[in-house]
Structure formats: C-alpha cells, structure tokens
Design a protein around this ligand. Structure first.
Ligand code: EPU
Length: 436
C-alpha cells in the first residue's frame, strides 16, 4: 500500500462512520491478558496497526492470539508463555512503547523481561524513568545490556507505596499491571484516572484483582496469587471520535459517529459547543456538525483527565484556524506537540508559538524553553500543499487541514495514521472526501 495520498479539499465531510475500541485501552488490555491462567476475550477491537504490533509481541512470548476483524473479537491464550529474545522484541515492537508495559506481567509469569530501545510518537522525550523506578521499587532488578534493559525478580515482587510526581497514564498502568499480583498491598497517589485506565481496572477486576479507586487520585491494590482470563468489551476510542468531530467542524460538515459515548467526551463536547459546533447525542452515537455561521475563538489548556485531552488538541487546532478571532492553546502534557502547525502555516493559517505558559495552569514546561503555547488567528482560508506527517495525531490533523483546504494536497507518510485510525481511507470515502 502506498504511503502517500492526494486529498482534494474544500467540500464538507458528511455521512456516517463507526468508531470501535480505544487504541490506548486495547493494547493495555491485551497485555493484561498475560496475567491470566486461562484465555481472555476482548471485544470491539479495531483493526489498527498497534493491535497487530501487540499481537506480534504477545505471540513472540508464546501467547496464542486470534483476531476476527469483522466482529472485532480478539482472543488471547497465555497458558504457554515463554521468554523472548531482545532483538526479536525490538523488531516486532517497531515504534511501539508496549514492551515496557509487558514487564510486570512477564516478571510475574516468567521471572524475567527485556525492554529494547523504545519508540512511539515523536512528541518530546517521552522518558521511561517513572516506569523503571516503579518496577525497581516492586523488587525488579534492572541491568543494562547492549540490546536493552534486562529485568529479573529474584525475590519476587512486593507491594509498594508510591506517589507519581505527574499523573502519567503509562506509569499508572505499569503500576496496576505489576501490583495486581505482587505480594501485599500497593498504594498509588496522584494516579492518572483516564477512562482508558478505569476500563483497565474493570478488566483486571474481572480477572480476579482487588483494586479500589478513591476520589483523590489514589488507588489501592491488594495483590492476589492467581488471576484468570476476562471477557470484556473495550470502551470507544474517544480520541478518534474527537478527531472526526473536529473534521466535521473544520470542513463545515456533518458527521454521525456511531459508537461515540458521551460519558467519555464531556470536556470535548463543552469545548466543541463553545467553538460553535453543534452535536446531538443519540443512543447509537453522537452526530457532530457545523451549524453554519461563524466559529468562535477560545482559550484552552490541555490536561490530564478530566481535563481536555492532549490528543484532542491537534485536530481541534485545525478547526480553530477557521474560527473568528484569537484562540489560545496551552499544551501542558507534552512539551513538543505543536510541530504539526508548521504545515498549517504553510497552508495559510496564522499560528504563532510561544515558550511562555499562555494559561493559568501550573505547567512543567514554562521555564524549559519549549514552544508549548499557540495563538491561532482566524479565520484564514487554507490552500493545498505538500505535507509529510510528523506523528499519529499531527498526521490526522494534516489530513483534516487538507480536506478543509482548496486545491489538491499531497500527504506523505500516512502509514503512521494506520497505527490508531481504523480504515481511515474507507471512512473518508464514506464521508464523501475526494482522496486518491
Ligand atoms: N513521563 C515522564 N516519565 C515517564 C513517563 C511519562 O516524564 O516515565 C511524562 C511524559 O514525557 C509526558 C507525560 O509524562 O510529558 C505524560 O505521559 P504519559 O505517561 O501520561 O503518556 P503515555 O502513557 O506515554 C498515553 C497515550 C498517549 C497520550 C498520553 C496522555 C498510549 C499508548 N499512549 O501515553 O497517546 O497522549 O497517554 O493521555 O496509551 C496517542 O494516542 O497518539 C498518544 C500519544
């Protein structure tokens, strides 16, 4: 399949599409299945590249993984787990950061694990210091080898008391996946509480875990000696839903997103409405549309849940180029998540980046010289150009910009988008987009 597409924009996206399970939950639930002594079934699984990558990694460790694209049903039998070679893990992991999350379950099941060099989207340094500190506190011994980090647990893993300095999603998942079978009680303070994490907690509870979540971002886990398989239906991908909603707004369109769940979209829906978009929540999903007239500028800060997600930011910024006045967006989760705006500027948008925190939220990047605030002045017509996508969300945002622009744009490197957007080519066609 070619890695470039030509997009002829300027027409509203209209029609109906379906969004299935959340990429950022499904991959973790697949890892959780390794903790079970019996097979697991995960439902509503999307056909995205990240699912293929995690499946390959699990198979490499001896798990039997079967996926039916049509029904979205994925089964994992982890009964015959074996050790994998670091070079093979690195080859299968590609740019995925999943190998780090395999550590807890593999240490419980096999007594050892390996972390090769990790990739992921190029959106800042994305360190793994929290992960390593957590694993070591549980009792893992980490040694550096030429092929990566090797972990072992010579004395088993024991519950810990831990406070995250920042409510990291991955580090919270790391702790959960390790604590559920560690000996004794683990207490985590300042945990991430994203809906995907709550779904992971529900999944682990189905497997036999004992986990309680308090209202103050603290989580308590009582380790159990044995876990079994689960049968779980993944929550809908709220990032993908927000992306299509922004596409509707940017192109003056009307998109019915089947499967969208209001309870996971609250903050997005508030902002969508403030910008001037309209939506109808119906039992089958949410219809997002541009009601005509002017869009309004806004001031916005990304944040951990229950704030406005960083992953909603880029698609929405494209829509904000079409809003009247000055919009201000302060990115507080990643230090370098505005790289994609270069392409918008090349298409005619007025976007200026600032090192200062343009918002009242205390942010880790204010003194660190990162351009992490954006001022967008609109509305500006967008014109077609040639673009190379930088990362998953930035890439989808470029697609939206190309669809909103007049003329034919060439977008290179779209393979990245397959990591997290199921059949986006088919969905674009269903929405009437002119794409080759
Ligand atoms: N961080 C550290 N040290 C660590 C881990 C994280 O400093 O050991 C920092 C990161 O550098 C970042 C912040 O903490 O500045 C937040 O990172 P977090 O750990 O919360 O993110 P993640 O688990 O690596 C997941 C999603 C991201 C999503 C973030 C925030 C997955 C596979 N990825 O990443 O999704 O943006 O949470 O919600 O679940 C995407 O889907 O495009 C994507 C990037």
């Amino acid at each position: 399949m070619t890695d470039s597409i030509r997009v002829t924009g300027g027409a509203p996206l209209t029609g109906e599409i379906r969004v299935r399970g959340a990429k950022n939950f499904v991959s973790k639930a697949m890892v959780a299945a390794l903790l079970g002594s019996t097979p697991s079934t995960l439902r509503n699984v999307p056909d995205i590249r990240d699912v293929g990558v995690v499946s390959a990694l699990l198979r490499l460790h001896g798990a039997d993984v079967n996926y039916d694209v049509e029904s979205g049903e994925l089964t994992i039998d982890p009964t015959a787990l074996t050790k994998a070679d670091a070079a093979n893990i690195a080859e299968h992991a590609g740019s995925s950061r999943i190998p780090i999350l395999l550590c807890g379950p593999l240490l419980h099941r096999l007594g050892e694990a390996v972390i090769p060099d990790l990739g992921g989207c190029r959106i800042g340094d994305r360190p793994i210091d929290f992960h390593l500190e957590i694993l070591q506190r549980f009792g893992a011994v980490v040694t550096e080898h030429p092929d990566g980090l090797h972990l072992s647990a010579p004395n088993g893993l024991r519950g810990i008391k831990y406070r995250l300095s920042y409510p990291s999603v991955g580090a919270t998942e790391q702790l959960l996946l390790t604590a559920v079978m560690a000996e004794g009680i683990t207490r985590l303070d300042n945990a991430a509480v994203e809906p995907e994490i709550k779904d992971l907690i529900d999944t682990l509870q189905k497997m036999g875990a004992i986990i309680s979540v308090d209202t103050d971002r603290s989580v308590t886990i009582e380790g159990v000696g044995r876990m079994h398989g689960y049968d779980h239906t993944a929550l809908t991908d709220r990032i993908e839903v927000g992306s299509w909603a922004s596409a509707a707004l940017a192109t003056g369109g009307d998109i019915m997103v089947l499967g969208a769940q209001q309870r996971h979209m609250g903050m997005f829906l508030n902002v969508f409405r403030k910008v001037g978009g309209e939506f109808d929540v119906v039992p089958e999903g949410i219809r997002f549309y541009h009601p005509g007239g002017e869009l309004h500028s806004i001031a916005l800060q990304t944040d951990v849940h229950p704030g406005f997600m960083t992953d909603w930011q880029q698609p929405l910024v494209v829509a904000l180029t079409q809003a009247k006045g000055l919009s201000i967006v302060h990115e507080t989760v990643y230090e370098k998540r505005f790289g994609f705006t270069d392409a918008l500027v090349a298409m005619g948008a007025h976007v200026q980046l600032f090192r200062e925190c343009l918002g009242d939220k205390e942010c880790r990047f204010g003194q660190l010289n990162f351009k992490h605030s954006a001022v967008i002045s609109g509305p500006t017509p967008l014109t077609a150009t040639e673009i190379t996508v930088p990362d998953l969300r930035g890439g989808f945002s470029h697609l939206i910009a190309a669809l909103a622009a007049t003329g034919t744009s060439t977008v290179h490197g779209i393979g990245i988008i397959d990591r997290g957007y199921e059949d986006f080519r088919g969905k674009l066609a269903a929405l009437g987009a002119t794409v080759e």
